[in-house]
Design a binder for this molecule. Structure first.
Ligand code: GDP
Length: 296
């Protein structure tokens, strides 16, 4: 289960605080020390941890907290609020263009779950009675186009493809024309990733962005890769200006570092999380619920 270690340790600290009648400054200090260790062990970015702990400490030793009737509970509340704020506070919604089709460009490294997530988004939008067109622009990964076509078929959704011999930029351009002609609500561009970030990939993505002027640029990153995912997000955001992040494989055994760091580091919200391989395993990301889940 994701966050297992972190959750266990945080819950231990919280229950110790809740159980106290009086809370001293020394108690707060000890609790924040334990929180700090738990977060670092969960692979949360060290700068994020430092800021977080300082904020909690500052608020928790405030007079209104320690002098309140239930100081332990108040400190727990502060931790909960700060953890929520760390992940973005509000649920960040998918953009909807004033005039359809809304253009969503999916970016990310190979294996992160881009193609799978494109299919999941189609399904998510179907539940809101929205029709999509998928554009198969991943011309480099063997079988990516076929994978998207199979997904499209299972979701009863058209897939635009020019095979793997045309340039991804041309595919995107023509895919957009097709989406307009078909009057779909959303057009989702699956793009080509690489195993590592390279200049050619970024250049290509910039050209696609230029041509289609996407309403959303969603970065798909694998939560299991921890701080690597955060570094990837920082890089993509710098180069492309992301509008949102999809954190995949949160059903796996991730320690949680990416989920807790990526918003603070990039200032880009997590919009969805992937909770499995199937098309319906996509959930809007709720910072508050995630914080409560971690704190128990
Ligand atoms: P792409 O190269 O980025 O297009 O990656 P794919 O969409 O092909 O996904 C790579 C692998 O990750 C596939 O085996 C997917 O089934 C799997 N995958 C994607 N998202 C999730 C998720 O949220 N949870 C789990 N457990 N597996 C996922």
């Amino acid at each position: 289960m994701a966050f297992e270690g972190l959750s266990e340790r945080m819950q231990a600290v919280m229950s110790k605080l809740r159980g106290k009648g009086k809370v001293s400054e020394a108690d707060v200090k000890e609790a924040t020390r334990e929180i700090r260790l738990a977060l670092l062990e969960a692979d949360v970015n060290f700068k994020v941890v430092k800021t977080f702990v300082n904020r909690v400490k500052e608020r928790a030793v405030g007079q209104e907290v320690l002098k309140s009737l239930t100081p332990g509970q108040q400190v727990v509340k502060v931790v909960n609020e700060e953890l929520t704020a760390l992940m973005g506070t509000e649920q960040a919604k998918l953009v909807q263009a004033n005039r359809p089709p809304t253009k969503i460009m999916m970016v990310g490294l190979q294996g992160a779950g881009k193609t799978t997530t494109s299919g999941k988004l189609v399904k998510y939008l179907q539940k809101q009675n929205r029709k999509s067109l998928l554009v198969a622009g991943d011309v480099y990964r063997p079988a990516a186009i076929k994978q998207l076509q199979v997904l499209g078929e299972s979701l009863d959704t058209p897939v635009f493809s020019l095979g793997d011999q045309e340039s991804p930029v041309k595919i995107a351009e023509q895919g957009l024309a097709e989406a307009k002609q078909e009057h779909v609500d959303y057009v989702i561009f699956d793009t080509a990733g690489r195993l590592h970030i390279d200049e050619k990939m970024m250049e290509e993505l910039k050209q696609i962005r230029e041509k289609v002027q996407p309403d959303e640029i969603l970065l798909v990153v694998d939560a299991m890769t921890g701080q690597d995912a955060v570094n990837v997000a920082e890089h993509f955001n710098r180069e492309l200006g992301l509008t949102g992040i999809v954190l995949t494989k949160l059903d796996g055994d991730t320690r949680g570092g990416a989920a807790l760091s990526v918003k603070s580091v990039t200032d880009c919200p997590i919009k969805f999380v992937g909770m499995g391989e199937k098309s319906d395993a996509l959930e809007p990301f709720h910072p508050e619920r995630m914080a409560s889940r971690i704190l128990g």
